[in-house]
Design a protein around this ligand. Structure first.
Ligand code: GYE
Length: 322
């Protein structure tokens, strides 16, 4: 027989253990499961893209997010395959930077059936059903094209023959930057688009396209409007190799504002570059966390972009992060 005190002790200890395991809030804290996010990136076509990938990866690491990253190598079918594999793996959320605008509805429906929210970043899509994605985070490409056109009208007195180096065929930035620019210069009958060709947002293609345009149009080209800095930097090489001075003989207007292009503005080789900020990793993960907590988020979240020319490029170039 146990002494009475000991029996009582056993009884209370037993009760204590029972309380510990049954009363909510008394359990031992369980380590939180890290968020798993699948990101279908377009590829690695430009310095802008590299900066965007770094922002997404480094911010995920900082927050302890398990990021499943897929490089689509510029092909929509690769991106669709990646999204399907994210669905099979049961990720918490899917992020897509869609290489082109159309053709996304079927795979987005599959994500919806699996109850996985989809955030579109950087590039938007054309869809018959906007509820197929939770929200869009990126820049306003219309605004960028309009800013480029306005700058040009102001600094050329509304005169000049333009060649346009367009981005990836069928992509939102190529479509919207083309359209907004055309609308912007339409008020100035002296500004004319001589020719336009895609350089796929790549530096080597920008150079190649510019070489052929210079051959075709001789010295009649006054202005280059490039849909991104990489193509503008490629075009600059072609212009110099043809014995002309970029920024002087030919005015160069571009978009992205990567550090190298801002330096080219300082050096007088690019006349103006409109910013398109790629560093939105933090915004994407903040938004994903809100969505998963059941909070409402705005359908479209646009980054604020600036413009750099000879008046302000020198003051920002040193601290430029990308
Ligand atoms: O301008 C270009 C990149 O979609 C905004 O894609 C992005 C564009 C960017 O390759 O450099």
């Amino acid at each position: 027989m146990f002494p009475r005190e000991f029996t009582r002790f056993l009884l209370f200890a037993g009760l204590g253990v029972l309380v510990l395991f049954t009363v909510p809030g008394c359990e031992r804290p369980r380590p939180k499961k890290p968020l798993t996010i699948g990101f279908a990136q377009t590829g690695a076509e430009s310095a802008w893209r590299t900066a965007n990938t770094v922002s997404m990866k480094s911010e995920a690491e900082k927050r302890g997010i398990d990021l499943k990253f897929s490089d689509g190598q510029g092909k929509q079918e690769n991106q669709i395959r990646a999204v399907r594999s994210f669905i099979t793996q049961g990720v918490d959320a899917i992020v897509i930077a869609p290489v082109v605008e159309t053709g996304w509805d079927p795979v987005l429906r599959e994500a919806r059936r699996a109850r996985i929210p989809v955030i579109l970043t950087d590039r938007s899509i054309q869809t018959s059903d906007e509820s197929l994605f939770s929200c869009f985070i990126g820049s306003d490409f219309y605004e960028e094209g309009r800013m480029a056109a306005d700058w040009l009208a102001k600094h050329t007195g509304g005169k000049g023959r333009i060649v346009e180096l367009q981005g990836t065929v069928g992509s939102a930035p190529a479509n919207e930057r083309r359209k907004a620019f055309a609308e912007g210069i339409a008020k100035y009958p002296g500004l004319k688009i001589l020719d336009a060709q895609s350089g796929d947002f790549r530096r080597a293609n920008g150079k190649e396209v510019m070489e052929s345009l210079l051959k075709k149009h001789g010295r009649t080209i006054d202005i280059v409007y490039a849909h991104n800095d990489d193509m503008a930097l490629g075009a600059i090489q072609a212009i110099e190799e043809a014995g002309q001075k970029p920024g002087k003989d030919i005015v160069i207007v571009s978009i992205d504002a990567i550090k190298e292009a801002i330096q080219a503005v300082v050096d007088g080789k690019i006349n103006c570059t409109v910013e398109c900020n790629p560093l939105f990793g933090p915004k994407v993960y903040d938004t994903a966390a809100k969505l998963l907590a059941g909070e409402k988020v705005p359908k479209k979240l646009f980054n604020k972009d600036e413009l750099f020319d000879h008046t302000n490029a020198a003051t920002v170039v040193a601290s430029r992060q990308y």
